[in-house]
Design a protein around this ligand. Structure first.
Ligand code: WT7
Length: 685
């Protein structure tokens, strides 16, 4: 079953933007051979205040032997992203079109926002930011749940050329502080709190801790703007103005309470203010600041293998055209579709495919605050049915966790509006693929298994729904502008069938430009391993038909439920505990999360390894990094398998984690008896 080829259904293919492999190949070839013409055509769909300078459409250096790495698209051009996403769509007669259906954590909380209203709110909030002293180039940190004010805040930044740095609201105060310090954020935008399923999270409290930590490190967040989200949920009709754009709405974005300080929300009058109070007198129009093509658009932090997060920087023109084009072709988006990407905006998937890609196409999407399991395990299917979703984009870990509940929950709902399904974040196993295809997609939808990274800005390897015959588990072929190669250890190109390091030969418009304030690290991380190529850090295999199969990270990175983290990052938290002498973390396959954290712990002399220590360590990782990083297993390791030069052999630890006695060559170990000891101490899990 799994190695069968699944062809796009002819009805889908005939109406698609890209209808066949021939068309795909032609377009791909043009995008590689003549990128100026290919992307230049696409750029014409957008408004440019000034055009690209002559012959400056595309320039780059990918080879460290020839100097510093740089990537530039449309140099000399200027534009404004919010203008292209909002004003332009309103001017074209789409003011009344729904930009977002907001679906709250509680199914009784929902709302909607038209393009016209989104423009107005964005302008108002841009004026609020200006009143807080935010100027072009300033960094604005955003720590928010999935509510309408989040895209509004991001777009308001783009209106005035401020650089947003969204931090996923599941991160701890330490992680938030570290990111705000690195980016020197001037302003922080958050909410009082949020309900995640049945759990209440007090985000403002976490922000206060983070701002205090930033201050200790000699930086100060000048203003903190707080959306009164909990209060309006508790009191939807109290105080403030009514709902956004009419319709059957219980809680619109303006229907907050009257803004008095809520109990238990910490407050600093000199620094903190309520969103709705600031918005009350804000002017509803704001002339866009024209931004150069290569000016920064946003920073988004991603885990780095040294443990210190990397501030991936994306710029304006290239990101805009790439987000727009991948969205259009990979989801085969048409004007009457309703698109739903379940990713949190705090990750790159949410940036590109909840905010920028859909709005650049004047699309209608669902912005979902909740979880797949609340109030019942059928929430995703009920939302698809409710909004008549045509494209549904989610993660393999979500699919696997929902498969467990059986088919009947899916069959209760009408999912026939679906046309394209998408998967992202980790390799999708064929069992999950087939379930998604047959049950959710009723055997008619194409599945786009999209491989990409925070760094790539948008999809880089992916099927196109009307064109690409699918193989379950393969991300298939490169998107327009992308030229992948597989390299061996020595950097030699692997032609035809084979497996190797996945690298890219030339830039596409949406790729990162640098790591914020650390170009050196950008160059060493991505361009030093193989000169002349961008190195993804993933391995891949090419089969006899030329299909690409991502095999996973080849560095010390772990992918837990689609969240990338580094072993070093978790190890440094574990070794902070006073009872821990040494820690080594490896990944272990997990049926739902894809991978989970398996931690080997060497206690300090005289310290016992006991249940209490295990619990403390798990808690510490949760608190320091975030709940998604909680280790599954803590393994007592009186010693670790090390080479004579002291390098921990993780290959052996991975074998121990899965209970595979076949550990291979141990002759380079300083003391190979430790391997037996570790097998004996394997916890029963
Ligand atoms: C890493 C990037 C950008 C998407 C969200 C994650 C893994 C991502 C796939 C896929 C196999 C995948 C890779 C990649 N990955 N998509 N379709 N098949 N692996 O963004 O946090 O920057 O993680 O996720 O290992 O390098 P990210």
């Amino acid at each position: 079953m799994a190695d069968r080829i699944y062809y796009p259904k002819s009805a889908l293919a005939e109406a698609a933007h890209c209808k066949s492999m021939e068309q795909y190949k032609q377009m791909h070839e043009k995008s590689i051979k003549n990128p100026e013409e290919f992307w230049g055509e696409i750029a014409k769909q957008f408004y440019w205040e000034t055009p690209t300078s002559d012959n400056k459409f595309f320039s780059y250096n990918f080879n460290l032997n020839e100097g510093d790495i740089f990537i530039k698209w449309m140099e000399g051009a200027s534009t404004n992203i919010s203008f292209n996403l909002l004003d332009k769509n309103v001017k074209c007669g789409n003011g009344d079109k729904i930009a977002f259906y907001w679906e709250g954590n509680d199914p009784d909380d929902y709302s909607r926002l038209t393009y016209r209203k989104l423009l107005e709110e964005t302008c108002k909030f841009a004026n609020v930011l200006k009143s807080k002293g935010v100027e072009k180039g300033d960094r604005v940190a955003i720590y928010m749940p999935m509510i309408l004010e989040l895209p509004i805040a991001m777009l308001a930044c783009t209106r005035i050329g401020a650089v947003h740095s969204v931090v996923f609201a599941g991160y701890s105060s330490d992680s938030l502080a570290e990111r705000m310090l690195d980016s020197k954020a001037k302003v922080l935008i958050t909410t009082d709190g949020v309900w995640r399923g049945p759990k209440l999270l007090l985000l403002k409290t976490i922000c206060d801790e983070a701002m205090a930590k930033v201050k200790v490190n000699n930086h100060e967040v000048e203003s903190c703007i707080v959306v009164s989200h909990l209060r309006r949920l508790a009191n939807p009709h109290g105080g403030g103005s009514t709902a956004t754009d009419g319709g059957n709405i219980k809680n619109g974005i303006n229907s907050n309470g009257n803004g008095a300080n809520e109990p238990n929300i910490p407050w600093d009058d000199d620094r903190d203010c309520w969103w709705h109070e600031e918005m009350e007198d804000a002017e509803p129009s704001c002339y866009p600041v024209w931004i150069s093509a290569e000016d920064p658009l946003f920073i988004l932090y991603t885990s780095g293998s040294t443990g210190k997060p990397k501030g991936v920087l994306h710029t304006t023109a290239g990101y805009l055209i790439y987000a727009a084009t991948t969205f259009k072709y990979v989801f085969d988006y048409k004007p009457n579709d309703v698109f739903w990407c379940t990713a949190d905006i705090g990750w790159i998937t949410g940036h590109t495919y909840v905010v920028y890609g859909p709005l650049a196409n004047c699309a209608t999407s669902v912005l979902f605050e909740g979880t797949p399991f609340h109030p019942q395990n059928d929430r995703y299917w009920s939302v698809i049915d409710k909004y008549k979703v045509s494209q549904f984009y989610t993660a393999p870990t979500a699919i696997r966790s929902l498969m467990k509940f059986g088919d009947s929950l899916v069959k209760k709902y009408d999912l026939t509006t679906l046309r394209v399904l998408g998967s992202v974040g980790e390799p999708i196993n064929s069992e999950a693929w087939l379930w998604f295809y047959n049950l959710v997609g009723h055997g008619k939808c194409s599945i786009a298994d999209t491989f990409w990274q925070t760094e790539t800005g948008g999809h880089v390897i992916t099927p196109l729904p009307g064109a690409t015959p699918m193989k379950p588990g393969s991300a298939t072929f490169p998107f327009f502008g992308v030229l992948p190669e597989l390299l061996d250890e020595d950097g030699k190109i692997i032609e035809g069938e084979g497996e190797g390091y996945l690298v890219f030969r030339q830039p596409w418009p949406g790729m990162m430009r640098t790591l914020y304030a650390n170009h050196e690290r950008f160059q060493t991380t991505y361009f030093d391993r193989f000169h002349g190529y961008y190195c993804t850090g993933d391995g891949a295999r090419r089969d006899a038909d030329g299909y690409l199969w991502i095999t996973g990270r080849i560095d010390d990175m772990l992918n837990v439920s689609g969240h990338l983290m580094s072993t070093a990052e978790v190890e440094s938290v574990l070794t902070e505990h006073p009872a821990v002498a040494e820690a080594a973390v490896v990944s272990k396959p997990h049926p739902v999360k894809g991978q989970c954290l398996y931690c080997f712990i060497t206690p300090n002399e005289g310290r016992k390894f006991e249940k209490q220590l295990e619990d403390e360590l798990k808690k510490k990782v949760r608190e320091k990094i975030g709940p998604f990083a909680q280790p599954d297993v803590i393994h007592h390791a009186p010693g670790l398998p090390k080479t004579r030069s002291g390098k921990i052999m993780r290959r052996i630890l991975r074998k121990i984690a899965i209970g595979d006695r076949n550990v291979g060559d141990t002759s380079t170990l300083a003391d190979d008896s430790i391997v037996d000891t570790l097998f004996q101490l394997r916890p029963q899990v």
